[in-house]
Design a protein around this ligand. Sequence first.
Ligand code: CDP
Length: 222
Amino acid sequence: MSATPSRQSKPGRGPVIAVDGPAASGKGTIAAALAVHFGLPHMDTGLLYRSVALTLWRWGGDPGNPFEAVRACSEMGISPEDPELRSEAVSRIASAISAYPVVRAALLDRQREFAALPGGAVLDGRDIGTVIAPGADLKLFVTAAPEVRARRRLKELEGRGMNATLAEVLADIKARDARDVERSAAPLDQAGDAIVLDTSAMDREAAIAEAIRIAGEKLGRP
Ligand code: CDP
């Protein structure tokens, strides 16, 4: 049993679900499906970092300069539907600027406010269970082998008409994993009370079904 009191124990509050994991692990898909299943709002926190990255890129700003990146945090005007948010260029800039403590600090309040919504919420990212919502009712750490994640990401890129090789995508995923894990500010880390969901041998539907089963059991809701 965890020693951390569950937020849900406060009467009248909805559950908070934290979903963390590395690139292309399936955490976003799982978080979105959990949100629909339990009727909760969902925040993809990676999109925040991507929006900062795209804002900076459109300005022609320097991703190597934390102060230019932090200025982009207060001047983001990107639609969540903007296709450029998912481009490889933006992924790389997002990975770089997310290592800056000043950028993480600038994005903290809006994530914590979302996690504190009275009806509950689902958030996915890298530091949800450790930093943003350490008292979450359920923490899932979604992972998969790097080769499996690279194949998924390649399929996704090809589906968007982009060209890349498996070797390139795998190298990129490994580089981002290393940056996420090794950075000193809120590194990608499994919370001590997180439940690990390894989706290496699961397709999309199986991973969603397993996440819903785990959540139902943990939250006491079917
Ligand atoms: O799933 P994928 O890694 O492709 O992307 P994402 O979840 O949209 O995250 C984009 C970038 O933002 C990642 O490279 C992470 O380094 C960073 N990120 C973060 O540092 N903290 C979060 N809570 C979410 C994303």
